[in-house]
Design a binder for this molecule. Structure first.
Ligand code: PBG
Length: 324
């Protein structure tokens, strides 16, 4: 007549719930993506990502120090060049004086090995057409010609002091090409956090504002189709065979099934990227008073961890680290 099993017993007090929580979320699990922009004299808030800024070199250092003081596990840096510095091959990406490489050098000078400094290794911020690679005369992204550019970019980022590179362009063979290039340049110690399963997503919208993207069209010839699950495992296996030190799934919240699949097969640490659109959705709903912001942020991060992420890239990294 009464239930024999009463799972509610373990939910009765906060202390009981804390004792039996299966998933933990700690500051070290969080990585802060940051934007450093050329040609601005003051940090600039990104309108579709309230609370996230394009930084000057000075404000970058300050925000990075705050993030590290809050205990985050690492920083992922993106560069935003001046529009007039973009060109067809993304020269600014491999230029030691390009904004991303200057930003990396500044972080390294400030923080040394006190945190993990990561760099986005992709051309889209630096090309005038906004694609992640160089184009054929017909306007198609040329896989193998792009690999050569990624190698130059990777070596410049390693020279600038990055600990981990994040190839995010979804070119075939990018991890192997970068590994060879780094090794040949003497950077055997620099690793790769490979964006292995990266989907063509509408949720990247605010990021395109964040980096002043000039993209016309879409990235569907290189990023994965949201309909595909098995393909993600294939991409991960290829990146592992090519030498990836960590693998990533991106976006996070609409792809938690993929994240679980990858976590189940990966022998290396798994990251997930809670992207700009995920940040914008929660922020906008909270601003309207429709959801409790802090609770929603923690729930989303816990869910990403529960699905299998060892590391979560999130624009809330500093703030959430402060709560934990
Ligand atoms: C491409 C890149 C993108 C993001 C990170 N690296 C976007 C894209 O493919 O257009 C998205 C990050 C975000 O939306 O927060 N280099």
């Amino acid at each position: 007549m009464f239930p024999v099993d009463r799972p509610r017993r373990l939910r009765r007090t906060p202390a009981l719930r804390r004792l039996v929580a299966e998933t933990s979320l700690q500051a070290r699990h969080l990585v802060l993506p940051m934007f450093v922009a050329d040609g601005i004299t003051e940090q600039r808030e990104i309108s579709s990502m309230p609370g996230v800024f394009q930084h000057t070199l000075d404000s970058l250092s300050k925000a990075a120090e705050e993030a590290v003081a809050a205990g985050v596990g690492g920083l992922m840096l993106f560069g935003v060049p001046r529009p007039e510095d973009k060109d067809a091959t993304g020269t600014g990406a491999s230029d030691p004086d390009g904004i991303l490489n200057r930003g990396l050098r500044a972080l390294k000078a400030d923080l040394g090995d006190a945190t993990v400094i990561m760099a986005d290794t992709c051309l889209d911020e630096f090309t005038d057409h906004g694609h992640c690679g160089v184009l054929t005369p017909e306007g198609v992204v040329d896989n193998d010609a792009t690999l050569a550019r990624y190698v130059d970019m990777a070596v410049a980022q390693a020279d600038a002091g990055a600990h981990l590179l994040g190839p995010s362009g979804m070119m075939d063979g990018q991890v192997a090409a970068i590994r060879d290039g780094l090794d040949a340049a003497g950077h055997t110690e620099v690793g790769q956090l490979a964006y292995s399963a990266k989907y063509a997503s509408a949720f990247y919208g605010p990021f395109r504002e964040a980096v002043g993207s000039s993209l016309q069209g879409d990235r569907r010839t290189y990023q994965q189709d949201a309909a595909n699950r098995r393909e993600a495992a294939h991409e991960v296996e290829l990146d592992l065979a090519e030498g990836a030190d960590m693998v990533m799934v991106k976006p996070a919240m609409s792809y938690l099934d993929i994240l679980r699949d990858v976590a189940n097969i990966s022998p290396v640490p798994v990251a997930a990227y809670q992207i700009s659109g995920e940040y914008a959705m929660i922020t906008a709903a909270a601003q309207n008073g429709w959801i409790d912001r802090d609770a929603a942020v923690l729930e989303s991060l816990t869910s990403i961890r529960r699905a299998g992420a060892d590391v979560v890239l999130t624009y809330w990294a500093t703030e959430a680290a402060g709560w934990l």
